[in-house]
Design a protein around this ligand. Sequence first.
Ligand SMILES: Cc1cc2nc3c(=O)[nH]c(=O)nc-3n(C[C@H](O)[C@H](O)[C@H](O)COP(=O)(O)O)c2cc1C
Length: 370
Amino acid sequence: MNNRMCEMFGIDVPIFAFSHCRDVVVEVSKAGGLGVLGMARMSPERVREELRWIDEHIGGKPYGIDVLMPTTFEEAAGLKYDPERLFPGEQLSFVRRLLDEAGVPRLPEGEAAHIEQELVSQFNFTPGESARMLEIAMEHPIKLIVNALGSPPAELVARAHARGIKVAALAGAAKHALRHKQAGCDFVIAVGTEAGGHTGQTTSMVLWPRIVDAVAPMPVLGGGGVGRGRQLAAALALGCEGAWCGSIWLKTVQSEVVPEIKAKLFAAGSEDAVLTRSVTGKPCRTLRSSFTDAWDKPGAPPTLPAPLQAILWWGQGRTRVERAHVKDFLTYPVGQLVGDMTQETSVRQVVHDMLDELIETKERLDRVLG
Ligand SMILES: Cc1cc2nc3c(=O)[nH]c(=O)nc-3n(C[C@H](O)[C@H](O)[C@H](O)COP(=O)(O)O)c2cc1C
């Protein structure tokens, strides 16, 4: 294939893979697409380690990184661990009671405190911290920086461009995409509501052409619901110049998800990929669980603002649940594509199947359209 996105990165196919898993990143880039490593909550040491590993395994193919530089997150920096002060009592006691009543053992007091203190520092998205992380990342041959939660700051765009690194950002509405364009992004990623992770309210079918028109002639990637060739064809047909895929990699052997969650993904339908604020404080599409259900019930307290709700879930909920292997409470970000995921495969197979089906679709359309 050959279009502006392929030319921009010297790749064979405009399939961009978001993943928190370095193995997926390497495999997608080696298969001719471009892997982008999600670096949320990574310490500087971990960033160094992950990118060094990628450099050693990717065979010189291009790759990128995805960072969370929110414009509206409350600053978690410097907060000292004290859950009673960090979280208003209502939400903290709601989670503790929920898990106590489900018989999920509490963590030892000292350990819970340690985990949450760690989380507080990991959810530290201050501009200074982000800049430090990016400084380290830029010591590696990254070709792309994607910002997840807002427009990238001007100085970041300038620093990246000075090193030949492209910059992009996710958008769930045309006004966000226009802001990214004004901020100097090289392209935008239009993410429809069916996507896994943080997402807006508008479907890909409606959002993609709207954003394509709004930022033209800037290239756009279509994200949210792309896991097969017909969906990639739809993105191209609607004016996008490639696809941004996240959920589909979760079903691969390379993915980071533990077997218990993978089994839940394979059993889930699209209706189980619910949009909830209960895991991060922002609307995030994730696998329905007893935890997400509890926040939807009448009488549940309002969720906390980001990143406090995420610290509450990870510190008070997720660690307890995972430690005790309580399947009903396990959740993971995933999009509506989950309803089509039934068995494990490899990253390479996903890419090959996508391209095969894309070609079939083109041939079918050629026949239909004469
Ligand atoms: C498990 C998972 C974690 C995600 N975490 C992030 C993240 O940290 N940063 C980000 O920009 N997007 C994140 N996303 C969203 C993806 O970037 C992408 O927008 C989305 O997966 C595309 O839709 P799809 O899930 O239908 O493929 C995540 C998605 C999934 C499935």
